[in-house]
Design a protein around this ligand. Sequence first.
Ligand code: MV4
Length: 496
Amino acid sequence: MQKILIANRGEIALRIMRTCREMGIKTVAVYSEADRNALFVRYADEAYFIGPPASSESYLVIDKIIDVAKRSGADGIHPGYGFLSENPVFANRVEESGITFIGPPASAMEVMGDKLSAKERAKSKNVPLVPGSDGAISDPEEAVQVAREIGFPLLIKASAGGGGKGMRIVEQESEVQEQLQLAMSEAKSAFGDPAVFIERYVKSPRHIEIQVLADKHGNVVHLFERECSIQRRHQKVVEEAPSSVLTPELRAEMGQCAIDLSKACDYVGAGTVEFLLDDQHNFYFLEMNTRLQVEHPVSEMITGLDLVREQINVARGEKLRVQQEDLKILGHSLEVRVYAEDPQNNFLPDIGKLATYRLPQGPGVRVDDGFEEGMDIPIYYDPMIAKLITYADTREQAIARMTRAIEEYQITGVKTTLDFCKFAINHEAFVSGNFDTHFVSQHFSPEILDADSESDSKALAAFLSLVNDQGEEASEAPSNGASNSNWKLKRQHHRS
Ligand code: MV4
């Protein structure tokens, strides 16, 4: 592979291009009107304009992307995440054009894109499933029957849904028939497919996903787990690897299930198998994501692998160079997603110019982003500014390092979720490892951030009065006027 077109934008486009450059592979960017000045466009060896800001008129238009690939002579296409990354029609079109799709075969996307066929495939490999209906349910009588067997509360899920879309909780038998009808018509209008199924509702689950890597020769390894339970409205906030709850035995068992499922759909490339883990530490297959995920860096940090490099290598037919026995978890990694959102105002996107934008640095800190100071956050796409990743020997150190990195990160001009992330990773429940997917709704309220910055400013006032009052010590080097004012600035930034 000599030249790769990156059918994506922002931080992930840049992240993919960085690996391409290391591998001596030329890069082609495609960009919309809103991304004219974006970093990923400047970083690419070539860049092609593909239309208006709306992704339906640019990043999602298969013909435009194939056309640029042909014009530029690209021999590979990397879809990143989101956009066309899990679209089997796109994968097929790419391959039909004689270009290598850097991802799984369209057939694997099709199986996993439909939650019912994914569950069926998992079942055939003895991968545990949440107790529920066998296949789709459309008959109200049958739904009641199944519901009685499963017990309440239960969930009705759309087969074409995923990531929380089209889910309904049903608390009691009297609601089953009505909820089924509603779920089916919702699924029909949202996804064009009315198929729904029923599962027991797992009350306090953790969300744990296994990263897999597969080549075109039938070899599959897993790269351990990522814990993604800290999320809000299905948007992940904090991810980490490894999970603080998995034992080596459970990890090996879940890992093997992920490998078995990948083999069962002839998977190729990097993929993620999602599980729920209940409070008894039973795990259940949820769905498989057939793409590189946002949170892949934490897996890279603890394994020492570059997942994009591995994706490219297997796409061009190379055999995996690692075997399961070679893989070890080294240290601990955390990722927080920095969004241009206002945690004090129901996480409303806060778009605008990055008036100040200074990155944290130092040992064990990685930032995957696509912005520079002075740039605007476009309103058309996901408001994620950056992924802040830390790595350390232990979880405790990775948390301390993340806290320090968050404090160093200076962003003004837009509100961000940095303080919210700092709150989350320092909360007693997170530190102790005793949390589930309800963490945010259970422990967060906007006032907490007020209180936090208030106690910060009280501590600052106390500190300043101390150094100002102590004649002799105040003249000692570390507490001179300049560093005081720096400190003050930093704190003010975090309050804003
Ligand atoms: C569940 C569940 C409880 N019980 N299924 C949400 C996203 C989609 N992938 C599946 N999801 C869930 N399925 C059963 N049978 C709870 C969730 C869920 C969830 C899962 C993972 C991470 C965050 C979540 C937040 C709310 C609900």
